[in-house]
Design a protein around this ligand. Structure first.
Ligand code: G3P
Ligand code: CA
Length: 231
């Protein structure tokens, strides 16, 4: 079961910051999940459309300039990193699940992936591109058919099999609240991986191991790894 650090190791460092990414690497996560929005044509790593929840700023992320964004505190003196800065930090040491959160994020992603593959030691196999906005995934898949994409579902994953099949997805990502053994068995038959978010409680980790999911998003990669070893 893959352990995917949700927004980095975000229980112990400010989410979606370089500190959270470095900690996820230290905690031996198999992959790092992060969220991206677009600012001045560049991808920046932040979850919400609004700055207020996780930074010292206010208002919509996409109304900022990169220079303005760089002045904000994203927690503990951390900055809102660009995706390129995270890629430089990780430098091929673990896989990255890039969640396309903001609209218009597929366009700037493609040249960035190519640049990271050429100069930062990433293998295309290390990317997993996911989104709740499936048309952006179709755009990525059309440009780079070999890349892994993950179809995200909020709430009950309606038509998950058809959607995953239409997009030739590697994985279906759903809330642990909507996972059941039947869905897992069906996905296994179809050859689609199942990743569940966000699993932090030790008893829920144990339940996911028991069910046999392919991966979990967790804010606690080290603790989750230890639980996996003890099962
Ligand atoms: O990618 C899994 C999970 O991160 C999706 O939900 O809201 O945490 O981005 P959210
Ligand atoms: Ca996310």
């Amino acid at each position: 079961m893959k352990i995917i650090a949700h927004r980095g190791a975000s229980a112990d460092a400010p989410e979606n910051t370089l500190a959270a990414m470095e900690l996820a690497l230290e905690q031996d996560a198999d992959a790092i999940e992060l969220d991206v929005h677009c600012v001045e044509g560049e991808l920046v790593v932040i979850h919400d459309r609004y700055l207020d929840h996780t930074t010292s700023g206010q208002g919509l992320v996409h109304n900022m300039t990169l220079a303005q964004l760089a002045t904000l505190d994203a927690g503990g003196g951390q900055r809102v990193p660009t995706l390129w800065q995270v890629m430089q930090c990780v430098a091929g040491r673990c896989d990255i699940n890039i969640e396309l959160k903001g609209l218009g994020t597929a366009d700037p992603l493609l040249p960035l992936l190519a640049r990271a593959e050429q100069s930062l030691g990433f293998n295309p196999e290390q990317w997993l591109i996911s989104s709740f906005h499936h048309p952006m995934l179709a755009q990525v898949k059309q440009a780079r058919p070999e890349l892994k994409i993950g179809t995200l579902f909020a709430g009950c994953p309606l038509r998950y099999a058809e959607v995953a099949s239409e997009l030739n997805a590697h994985s279906v990502h759903l809330s642990a609240n909507f996972l059941d053994a039947e869905l897992l068995a069906d996905s296994r038959r179809r050859g689609t991986k199942i990743y569940v978010y966000t699993v932090d409680r030790p008893d829920e980790v144990a339940e996911m191991i028991e069910l046999g999911v392919d991966g979990i998003f967790t804010n606690y990669p080290a603790r989750t790894r230890a639980l996996c070893h003890s099962q």
